[in-house]
Design a protein around this ligand. Structure first.
Ligand code: FAD
Length: 390
């Protein structure tokens, strides 16, 4: 490797963990920082309430296969194959819509198990140092080396020096805001008028028999709001309600929530149990959906680049946020190899070529809200699906 090889990866979420493993395998000396405690020791910390399962698509699997083939099996163990969508109409009937003519599938995985398994793989490698409870406060990019300033759990400020840094610290990224002070970055952030809240469908029995077909992404489309459900390895389903924020304030009593859920999703309430659904709707955190677009993603001197949600937070309706973040890592490492590990050239080409794809997928994700909450239930859509147009 022609240049200095010490790198700070900021954020040990899904993308940061994968980036740390991939960089270490290319010979980099990696330090991974996160402000959280080790999630394997504190399974119920704040971050763990955000979402329960997610889908890994061909895009994510390609990145894992190319960069870390040996961990594909352990990290995706007990994932469940999804063959298509199952549409639950108001009259209670169901309609299967398969994803592809050639058996294409998605993998449903537990988000926290996936993150923890990536961390387990990292722990096995001696030359990745992991620093939990280190909150990035500042990145000094002006000297020969990058200096990261972190606040530790006991409020101490510590500094470390690196050849370069990768910002993988999520939608509200501190590394992105540090990079914005250093480089002329265009930046836009917008909130979609939509909140989400997690509900759940328990298994049918103690053996973990699922109550509905496990191999489908279940959708109850109701025009401006919808419910979805994805299976978990224990036979339960994580169900997520999405709707406009006005509903969050209008549904301000248990009675109102009850009649709303019973009117719109009577069959789903039977599966969940209305009291469980009401408890979850009332008490679980209501999440906001924020989109971030920026460009370029790097500093021109090869000292820093941002990947994953830090660079392109998108709404979850295409199931591609993490998958795209994994693809970021794959493409970046391909470019580093192409340019013989010259970061200036690799980062430059990354920002120049990656941007149009990230803009496109962010828009597709937004458009897919309308598709999932409305179009999937229309007759025209069914007709197009039969002709394989959508
Ligand atoms: P994050 O997962 O946000 O991780 C960032 C990490 O950085 C965290 O560990 C955080 O603690 C740390 N951090 C933050 N600030 C600092 C700091 N200052 N110092 C140190 N550490 C810091 N994507 C899919 O591909 N498929 C799906 O099916 C899917 N479903 C989704 C469903 C929902 C409801 C939502 C909300 C999202 C979904 N996504 C899905 C998107 C996916 O969750 C994100 O794209 C993915 O988590 C991004 O990973 P990341 O590592 O970039 O960021």
């Amino acid at each position: 490797m022609s240049e200095g090889n010490s790198v700070a990866v900021i954020g040990s979420g899904l993308v940061g963990c994968f980036a740390a493993l991939a960089l270490q395998r290319k010979g980099y000396n990696v330090s991974l920082f996160d402000y959280r405690e080790d999630p394997r020791e504190k399974p119920n910390n704040e971050g763990n309430l955000r979402s329960i399962n997610l889908v890994v698509s061909a895009r994510g699997i390609e990145a894992l296969t190319e960069l870390t083939p040996d961990i594909l099996e352990p990290v995706l163990q007990d994932s469940c194959e999804l063959e298509g969508r199952m549409i639950h109409k108001m009259n209670g009937s169901q309609e299967r819509q398969i994803y592809g003519l050639f058996g294409e599938t998605l993998q449903a995985v537990d988000r926290f198990k996936l993150n923890n398994r990536l961390l387990d793989e990292i722990t096995k490698v001696d030359d990745i140092k992991v620093y939990f409870q280190h909150k990035l406060r500042k990145l000094d990019l002006y000297g020969e080396k990058v200096i990261g300033v972190f606040e530790t759990e006991d409020d101490n400020i510590v500094e470390y020096e690196f050849d370069f840094a990768l910002g993988c610290d999520g939608a509200y990224s501190t590394s992105r805001s540090q990079l914005q002070r250093y480089t002329r970055m265009d930046y836009a952030q917008d909130y979609m008028d939509c909140f989400y809240v997690h509900l759940s469908i328990p298994p049918a029995d103690e053996k973990g028999t699922p109550k509905i077909t496990p191999n489908y992404l279940h959708i109850w489309p109701r025009t401006d709001h919808m419910l979805i459900a994805i299976v978990n390895p224990d036979g339960s389903f994580t169900s997520t309600f999405f709707g406009p924020w006005r509903l969050a304030s209008e549904l301000n009593s248990r009675e109102k929530i009850k009649s709303f859920l019973m009117d719109n999703f009577p069959d789903a309430m039977e599966l969940m149990g209305i009291e469980n659904a009401l408890d979850a709707f009332e008490n679980n955190i209501k999440g906001a959906l924020m989109c971030v677009q920026c460009h370029p993603y790097h500093s021109p001197d090869g000292k820093m680049i941002i990947l994953g949600d830090a660079a392109h937070s998108m709404v979850p309706f295409y199931g591609q946020g993490m998958n795209c973040g994994f693809e970021d890592v794959r493409i970046l490492l391909q470019l580093l190899e192409k340019h013989e590990f010259n970061r200036v050239a690799a980062f430059e080409e990354y920002s120049a070529t990656r941007h149009k794809d990230l803009v496109a997928i962010t828009q597709l994700a937004k458009d897919n809200y309308y598709e999932m909450s409305h179009n999937v239930a229309t007759k025209l859509h069914m007709f197009k699906m039969k002709l394989n147009w959508v």
